[in-house]
Write a protein that binds this ligand. Structure first.
Ligand SMILES: [Zn+2]
Length: 366
């Protein structure tokens, strides 16, 4: 079969490699689509971010099959002990693979596992015609969900878990700083959770237009001061819950003030800030403000898990999209054909603005 093989940072080519065999607990899948993540595109170019050491070590060991953790694939074979999937099922991976042995795993807290394995980082991902994957992190894709949506589903499973901890209750005013993929998803989920009004702020009018079509109140941070605006709209009280969904370096993303600082100023006394964005580097903050306003700064657990006996975050996310309760398709703006397009897909995903893209580029295999 054909697969993308990386020889060093920024260097790859499509090669013929042996067909993987299916071991205990695994399924063999035929890959239909892969959506690159910004993280893996940065890692491909050797940026020293999370998972850098893992990728460097694998490249030091020799040419490696890396990346491809967001995908839609069809099950073509299952190991004898795998009963939850059948041949013909479409699947995506909502989460990581816990080790099962550490103190966290042994006490039922797999999301905190110290030795999680990541598809595409620790084990080969789906930048290949076929892949043998552990069944554990996979979820079935319902019929009403397209291959493109399935390949973009993993972040929604994470957003579902984050919003579960947000404590949004009926009648709340919720503010979302940043309408990237997870910001837009968070805002839609906040409405589903009973918020009276969800106000989103960004500097990208194209994203704000999409948000408006989904019943969200929008604030263009290039023309309005979002903090003042939210204070005025709430009689100077502030939002009950503020979701920080920009992350990255804090000097970019909104109108110049750091997104987290804006969140602190926007939130009501006794309210909460939900930290969804991954902040890079150090911040200068004045903790006294959080203390004097009695604000909870919630850093939700990451990953995918059971929501209860009936649903996992992975299956619930797929149902939300199938039933049209959360929309993710607007951020799927670009696709390329074939594994040979990997380098171009990386380029487009890393430079979305230049290519007029809203989301990462998808690679179509079949
Ligand atoms: Zn563990």
């Amino acid at each position: 079969m054909r697969a993308v093989v990386c020889s060093e940072f920024g260097e790859s080519r499509v090669e013929n490699v042996p067909m993987p065999s299916v071991n205990t607990g695994e399924v063999l899948v035929k890959v239909q689509r892969v959506q690159l993540s910004v993280t893996e595109c940065n890692l491909y170019h050797g940026k020293e971010i999370s998972h850098y050491e893992t990728i460097r070590n694998r490249l030091n060991d020799g040419p490696s099959r890396l990346f491809g953790h967001e995908f839609c694939a069809e099950v073509v074979e299952t190991a004898n002990d795998v009963t939850e999937f059948d041949v013909g099922d479409r699947v995506y991976a909502a989460g990581k693979i816990p080790c099962g042995n550490c103190g966290y795993c042994q006490s039922g807290r797999e999301l905190y596992c110290l030795n999680k394995e990541y598809i595409g980082y620790d084990i080969p991902g789906t930048l290949s015609e076929y892949a043998a994957l552990p069944a554990e992190p996979l979820s079935r894709v319902p019929d009403g969900v397209s291959d493109a949506e399935a390949a973009a589903m993993q972040p929604l499973a994470s957003t579902v878990l984050c919003l579960r901890e947000a404590g949004i209750t009926q009648g709340d005013i919720v503010a979302v700083v940043g309408t990237g993929v997870m910001g837009f998803q968070s805002a839609q989920l906040a409405l589903l959770q009973g918020a009276d009004e969800v106000i989103v702020t960004d500097i990208d009018t194209r994203k704000l237009d999409i948000a408006e079509r989904h019943g969200l109140t929008t604030l263009d941070a290039t023309t309005t001061d979002p903090v003042e605006s939210i204070r005025n709209r709430t009689g100077h009280t502030g939002a009950d819950v503020v979701i920080e969904a920009v992350g990255g370096d804090q000097d970019r993303g909104t109108d110049g003030r750091t997104p987290l600082a804006q969140a602190v100023e926007m939130v009501a006394r006794g309210g909460s800030i939900v930290q969804i964005g991954y902040l890079i580097g150090d911040l200068t903050i004045t903790p006294r403000i959080l203390r004097s306003k009695s604000v909870d700064w919630i850093n939700p657990v990451t990953g995918a898990t059971d929501l209860g006996p009936n649903r996992t975050t992975g299956t619930f996310a797929a149902r939300l999209v199938e039933q049209g309760r959360v929309s993710i398709k607007e951020y799927i703006t670009d696709e390329l054909s074939g594994l040979d397009s990997f380098d171009q897909a990386v380029e487009m995903t890393l430079n979305k603005k230049e290519y007029d893209a809203l989301g990462p580029t998808q690679i179509v295999l079949t």
